[in-house]
Design a protein around this ligand. Structure first.
Ligand code: ADP
Ligand code: MG
Length: 240
């Protein structure tokens, strides 16, 4: 579903991603962790070309990522993304946020787009808030709306970039519960998160990044119980 081969990226002189190789099968759930500044966000943002890479190949669902805007758009249609700071449109209601891309990008009839959006809002248990504005919701509710909004485009892959790290502790669980359900339904997921309970419950593989490199990757059990690299051990000792 996702293939990164020999991926290198620089911000000016700064070598932010160093020879990243990663392949993700359909239905696989990958958790990415690592210190702040290690390149986690940059790596997942390269997958839907929110960031440009300079060397290496990215293939998503069989489509190579090239400079061709048509190809980039095709990949973006397959890839949903949820950010740390929800990024909802404040002047649109919850339902309007969800329907914007289906109506204007996918050219779906409004009625149909709204009916489907309501189904996804129900799945994230927030359908009763459909006519409110984002500012009237809690952080946890807004993040669930952001997840529903992504799902409205029927992505094949979901990328999550620290979706719970801006939330108050009591709201983290409601967002993680929705993510666990998505995982159980077989969604291919790449999640940058430091929620190690989530990683243990749903991840097929945990990846540790440091200084732009993948240092270690393993199934959760050996990853947490028997980390190989000193850097992984140090990181885990700091967060667990
Ligand atoms: P992480 O998500 O692991 O915290 P990031 O991918 O956000 O790491 O950032 C990796 C490194 O790249 C950091 O040192 C950060 O300061 C730098 N960086 C991120 N975005 C930019 C940018 N747009 N321009 C220059 N440097 C950047
Ligand atoms: Mg980040």
């Amino acid at each position: 579903m996702i293939e990164l081969k020999g991926l290198n990226k620089w911000y000016g002189d700064f070598h932010v991603l160093r020879d990243i190789n990663l392949s993700v099968r359909k239905g696989e759930r990958i958790v990415i962790c690592g210190p702040s500044g290690s390149g986690k966000s940059t790596m997942i943002r390269c997958i839907n070309h929110l960031e440009e890479h300079q060397e290496g190949d990215i293939v998503v669902n069989g489509m190579p990522l090239t400079q061709d805007i048509k190809q980039i758009e095709a990949i973006r249609r397959n890839v949903g993304m949820v950010f740390q700071h929800f990024n909802l449109f404040p002047h649109l209601t919850v339902l309007e946020n969800c329907c914007l891309a289906p109506i204007w990008v996918q050219k779906r009839p409004r009625k149909e787009a709204e009916a489907e959006a309501m189904q996804y809002l129900e799945r994230v248990r927030i359908a009763d808030q459909a006519h409110k504005f984002p500012g009237q919701l809690s952080g946890g509710q807004q993040q669930r709306v952001a997840i529903a909004r992504s799902l409205c485009l029927s992505p094949e892959v979901m990328l999550f970039d620290e979706p719970t790290s801006a939330l108050d502790p009591e709201m983290i669980k409601e967002v993680l519960d929705v993510m666990v359900e998505l995982a159980n339904e077989g969604m291919t997921m790449l999640c940058v998160t430091h929620e190690m309970g989530f990683a243990k419950t749903v991840a097929d593989r945990v990846i540790f990044m440091d200084q732009g490199q993948i240092i270690e990757e393993n199934a959760p059990e050996p990853f947490f119980n028997n980390p190989q690299s000193e850097r992984t051990q140090l990181f885990l000792s700091q967060i667990l």
